[in-house]
Design a protein around this ligand. Sequence first.
Ligand SMILES: Nc1ncnc2c1ncn2[C@@H]1O[C@H](COP(=O)(O)OP(=O)(O)O)[C@@H](O)[C@H]1O
Ligand SMILES: [Mg+2]
Length: 379
Amino acid sequence: MNQKSKIFVGAMSGTSVDSVDAIAVKFSSDNKKSKIIGFVSESINSKLQNKIRNFSSNSPFAAYTEIDFEIGKLFANTINKLIKDFAISPNDIQAIGSHGQTLFHAPKGAFPTSIQAGNPNIIASDTGITTIADFRRGDIAAGGEGAPLVPMFHAFLADNNPAIAFINIGGFCNITIFSKKGVDGFDIGPGNYLMDFWIQKKDGALFDYNGNWAASGKLQHELLNEMLSDPFFSKTPPKSTGFELFNSSWLNNYIRKNKYYDEDIQRTLCELTAKSIANSVMEYAPLINNLVLCGGGTYNSFLVKRIKHNLPNITITDSSEYGISPKELECCAFAWLAKRRIENETNCSCRVSGAYSDSICGGIYSPPAKKRNQKIKST
Ligand SMILES: Nc1ncnc2c1ncn2[C@@H]1O[C@H](COP(=O)(O)OP(=O)(O)O)[C@@H](O)[C@H]1O
Ligand SMILES: [Mg+2]
């Protein structure tokens, strides 16, 4: 390994199940000179998307092994494409940080766990590069939520500036706040997940482009207030959530009470995301003057307009000001978490997760001896 050129790769597939994203980054110690070398995004085919979306804790074991294998292969192919497209020498990559695809997240269940599919042994074998994966269960074993994991990376980017907060709007939404005591963060609730679900069900579109459909509807205040009364929104952090709570049954429970137009429901779901973000900022970060957005929801212009409307006194920007586009940021975080793991530095803060201790999370998967330092073949 050439220690002078420490490239780290981050690979991610979120709860939106839209794509596998991979990034290659060279980090500098204070981020000012960090350099993104390349980014690729490979869409997940609808057959695999459906397998993932239909997976539940009651699914047969074979359903898990199938997804674990297929997602592992897709991650490996995506990373090999990144290496090929940007002419990166695999020998210059120190490690891959793979989040995998969350299939189940129940850190406070009877048997606490969080399961990410995407066999890291396959990734290590097919790329010939050491792979770090299983980032969440170490923290859960220490009593934490295993989520959110990105706040320490946000702290690295913003140098713990207390005037700034970060909000990641993926399928679900999380916030990072800084104070004199350190970094704080928690899951706010649904980001794009329910909006995606509703438009997929009613229109077949993958997502509500720029929030145009939501913008055409009328906000249903009573429905919004009922949804906001879910105890998760008022629960004191640490807290994390996912589709185990905010799913089709959750939504049906509210919308079956009255007859609403489909577009009014979409409008109200959009406001649910905007309003829950604004409520969290006002309660937990009242003194910030800059809110930095990242994640795919940042491209939903109507949603961003509604966040601005709900937080009129705060400047709202996005992660591009740190040289990382909103769609790149989360996989960049996993490249950084892998770097911290390799360097045996804390990469999971107990202030955020509620664990009894900070942790160095992630298992290390080495490639087979014959694959190390081997030139990657295109797939
Ligand atoms: N132009 C856009 N308009 C509206 N929504 C968008 C747009 N681009 C991306 N999105 C939203 O972002 C989601 C993907 O965000 P992402 O950060 O990848 O989430 P995850 O981490 O859950 O995969 C899409 O499912 C969609 O809801
Ligand atoms: Mg995604």
